[in-house]
Design a protein around this ligand. Structure first.
Ligand SMILES: Nc1ncnc2c1ncn2[C@@H]1O[C@H](COP(=O)(O)OP(=O)(O)OP(=O)(O)O)[C@@H](O)[C@H]1O
Length: 243
């Protein structure tokens, strides 16, 4: 019973979130009264025109900037009014995947993945190598463990970034246009891999995209326009499977 309740409690719960950039006469509202819940294991896509506020929402949920008003609960922590220390704590339990993969050029694929485990003191260096090797093998890079990013293709770099985001088994993964720099087949492979790993690990994925070709991986699609959530399609897959 308790387990059931815990499973269903949201990973992200946002109430009445407004966000502004700039000061004085340049102050501009970017997000308007956002209300949103993400449940464990859900894959939720965020679509919307350029400049509509998608990345801003993602960075607020990710504790990469401080939310100014409303309630933003992430992994049971309130981020509105949180100290920088608390934000850092929350970030440790989130996996991030960005368009430009952000791999360190001076580190090999395996070292890039290991890096995200260094934040977890309970994982020894030997375990970190083993976990990183295992996940890079899962994403099809067993033969590229010691390659540097410059010697990997765009799709391979993005797969390293996925391994890095997921190796610590985060409950929440935030992805900002992870397929933008990839050709259509690599993009497809990358999101299917994210979907497979997320379902295996039971983590929630929030993914911002302009890429209509990947919408079918979503359990739910949220559409943002001019800082407002315009549509939130519940359980896309369930409905299309049932029809
Ligand atoms: N640091 C900032 N300071 C001031 N304005 C900003 C800042 N970051 C974003 N904005 C503005 O906020 C609005 C929303 O930007 P945001 O990047 O969230 O949109 P987006 O929907 O992710 O766009 P895109 O699809 O082009 O990435 C835009 O008008 C942008 O110019």
């Amino acid at each position: 019973m308790t387990y059931h309740v815990l499973r269903k409690s949201p990973v992200v719960s946002i109430k009445n979130l407004n966000h502004y950039f700039g000061k004085g006469s340049l102050r501009k509202q970017i997000l308007f009264d956002i209300n949103l819940e993400l449940l464990p294991g859900e894959i939720v896509l965020v679509t919307g025109p350029s400049g509509s506020g998608k990345t801003t929402l993602l960075t607020l949920i990710g504790g990469l900037r401080s939310p100014q008003s409303g309630c933003v609960q992430v992994l049971r922590q309130e981020l509105v009014g949180a100290t920088e220390e608390k934000l850092v704590q929350v970030r440790r339990h989130i996996g991030y995947i960005f368009q430009s993969h952000n791999l360190l050029k001076s580190l090999t694929a395996c070292q890039n993945v290991q890096m995200s485990l260094e934040l977890h003191p309970d994982i020894s260096p030997v375990e970190a190598v083993a976990k990183s090797t295992a996940l890079l093998t899962t994403v099809g890079l067993a033969n590229h463990l010691n390659h540097y990013p410059d010697n990997l293709s765009g799709g391979q770099k993005q797969r390293v970034a996925i391994a890095r985001a997921l190796v610590s088994r985060p409950q929440l993964v935030l992805a900002d246009e992870p397929t933008a720099a990839l050709d259509s087949q690599s993009g497809r492979n990358v999101v299917e891999l994210m979907q497979q790993l997320a379902k295996e690990q039971g983590c929630t994925i929030l993914l911002v995209t302009h890429d209509n070709r990947i919408l079918d991986i979503a359990d739910r699609i949220i559409h943002i326009e001019d800082g407002h959530i315009h549509r939130s399609n519940q359980h896309v897959l369930e409905r299309s499977e049932g029809s």
